[in-house]
Design a protein around this ligand. Structure first.
Ligand code: NOJ
Length: 575
């Protein structure tokens, strides 16, 4: 098999990452905690901060560098907490501000950084600003939002109140459906998501000042980073044109948004080693990396990779595109396989169509979970060995699949009514131990620490867990060398120890068109077989880690990845 280095791509990943190195976000493994579903310490069926504190040991054992907490603020939960009523407090369902501060401290003591989620595009309709705006058409708070009089010839429908007036535009919302709701005095307000999430007017200086103050509030409490929700949607064309092919989009990626992130960067830079991480869904890679220019955000989620098909040419092109685009702005690439909005990748990789997009609703199309799991194991070794930072969505380390069998009357995601697809299937509470639901999801409460307290009766988890997860609990997988959990633990440990994975570049090895193979540093290689037959490995001293067993003759089976120590260090290899 020819081994030829083809291309070296330089990126700005940390030369020598480590917990105390500046620029920790450049190479960190970041674990997303979706607090409703992580662990429940008070038996109400919903996860909470007490549960995260009780289970912090799991994240320490996994070896992650940072936790990103999805929203934990007071919220009516119209969109599972992405409808925030107060950015400076914690919803009682999750705990208290004091508990949040304790978690930040405990995570830091465990060597884990903390990232909180800020939602600047909209607030909850229960937010005091919106309540004041509703109280009177003359309230100054109306200008913090997008209130407009009836206009045009668009019929009210969907979520809108009855009234027969006309909406200001015919835009389709991000969850589908209309984007305007009428209030009793006849005006309409804009909401790109649900009516309970009115959009803020980012032209208003009060809005801008408020969010800078919110950033400081959390930075002052020691958080190390901010995840920015719907980061590209903040500005709207005030002329409110319709969405027209070939014309600038009226609310996606307007240039003015960059000025906001430049000012947020100045705030972050007032503190040592803080990071801003954007949720930017953007097919155009150049427009995407505009958000990562040196005076803007530090990093952004790689949705290109998350949506990419399990296909050698497409994956390689995606990796190249990512590395080159990030190198151009000096930002670290990120590698993301799953999150709380998308189909879990064990399921996605087990389907005939292995892409993800909100437009290709593949719910309940046939899934081969054994194949999906094999590919997910290989994908873990890929995403954890590419230059940059890697994200792990809670449960990914357990090999959880999408629960596609949630009874309709238990679906909570507001997207379901508008788009016919629910994100609840990836938000199901984690299985920790035991042989049946709730798999100790609801354990970990004060009664464990104080046996004198009577154990309260436990509510059912807010979404049903598949019974088959009994083999996927943390307890069942711990110590099993073939488990997904032990694969992640070993991979993250090796990633930290392996000098090659601390270098900023990777070089492709030519191993045929259907095999992704690359080196990091002089003698580390990752090989991922995306072909239909087993292939020989490059000449190596020993496999460092395999996502599955080799075949006879040391061949790497399809849908399997290997981390290798090469026999001939790269500096002595012939071109
Ligand atoms: C993106 C978040 O990840 C998603 O969960 C939420 O529904 C929307 N933004 C609206 O905040």
């Amino acid at each position: 098999m020819p081994k030829r280095r083809r291309k070296q791509v330089l990126v700005s990943a940390n030369e020598a990452p480590g917990k105390d190195a500046p620029g920790w976000w450049k190479s960190a493994v970041i674990y997303q905690v979706y607090p409703r579903s992580f662990a429940d310490s008070n038996g109400d069926g919903l996860g909470d901060i007490g549960g995260v504190r009780a289970r912090l040991g799991h994240l320490r054992d996994l070896g992650v560098d940072a936790i990103w907490m999805s929203p934990w603020y007071p919220s009516p939960m119209a969109d599972a907490g992405y409808d925030v009523a107060d950015f400076r407090d914690i919803d009682p369902v999750f705990g208290t501000l004091a508990e949040a501060e304790a978690l930040i401290e405990e995570a830091h003591a465990a060597g884990i950084r903390m990232i909180v989620d800020i939602v600047p595009n909209h607030v909850s309709s229960e937010h005091p600003w919106f309540q004041a705006a509703l109280a009177s058409p003359d309230a100054p708070e109306r200008d913090y939002f997008w209130f407009r009089p009836a206009h045009g010839d668009h019929m009210a429908g969907g979520d809108n109140m009855a009234g027969g007036e006309n909406m200001p535009t015919n835009w389709t919302g991000e969850f589908g459906g209309t984007t305007w709701t009428q209030v009793p005095d006849g005006d309409w307000y804009l909401h790109l998501f649900t009516p309970q999430q009115p959009d803020l007017n980012w032209e208003h200086p009060v809005v801008r000042a408020e969010f800078e103050s919110i950033l400081r509030f959390w930075f002052d409490r020691g958080v190390d980073g901010i995840r920015i929700d719907s980061a590209a949607l903040l500005f709207k064309d005030p002329a409110l044109p319709e969405v027209t092919d070939g014309e600038p989009h009226p609310f996606h990626d307007l240039d003015a948004v960059h000025d906001v992130y430049r000012s947020w960067r100045r705030v972050a830079d007032e503190y040592p080693d803080r990071a801003l991480i954007g949720e930017v869904w953007m097919p155009d890679v150049e427009r995407f990396t505009n958000y990562l220019r040196p005076d803007e955000l530090h990093a952004a989620f790689n949705f290109d990779f998350l949506g990419c098909a399990w296909d050698p040419a497409l994956m390689r092109a995606c990796i190249d595109r990512t590395l080159e685009a990030h190198a151009a702005v000096g930002a670290p690439p990120t590698w993301v396989l799953s999150n709380h909005d998308v189909t879990r990748h064990v399921t996605r990789y087990g389907r005939a169509d292995t892409t993800f997009s909100f437009d290709n609703n593949l719910d309940r199309t046939p899934v081969d979970l054994e194949l999906g799991t094999r590919r997910a194991r290989a994908a873990a070794l890929l995403s954890l060995s590419l230059p940059g930072s890697a994200y792990v969505y809670q449960g990914e380390e357990l090999g959880l699949w999408e629960n596609e069998h949630i009874p309709e009357d238990r679906i909570q995601d507001p997207m379901y009514a508008r788009r016919g697809h629910t994100r609840d299937g990836c938000r199901v509470p984690l299985p920790w131990s035991d042989d049946e639901p709730p798999f100790a999801f609801t354990e970990g409460g004060p009664w464990l620490a104080e046996p004198s307290l009577a154990e309260p009766s436990l509510a059912e988890p807010w979404l049903p867990q598949p019974r088959e997860w009994k083999d996927r609990t943390v307890q069942a997988q711990t110590g099993d060398p073939n488990s997904m959990l032990e694969l992640y633990r070993r991979a993250i440990r090796l990633r930290r120890a392996e000098p090659g994975l601390h270098t900023p570049e990777m070089s492709w090895l030519d191993h045929g068109p259907d095999v992704l193979a690359y080196t990091r540093g002089p003698d580390f290689a990752c090989v991922l077989n995306l072909s239909g037959t087993a292939v020989p490995l490059p000449d190596h001293v020993s496999p460092l880690l395999l996502s599955g067993p080799l075949e006879d003759g040391g061949l790497l089976p399809p849908d399997t990845a290997a981390w290798l120590r090469l026999r001939q260090p790269r500096s002595t290899q012939r071109e």
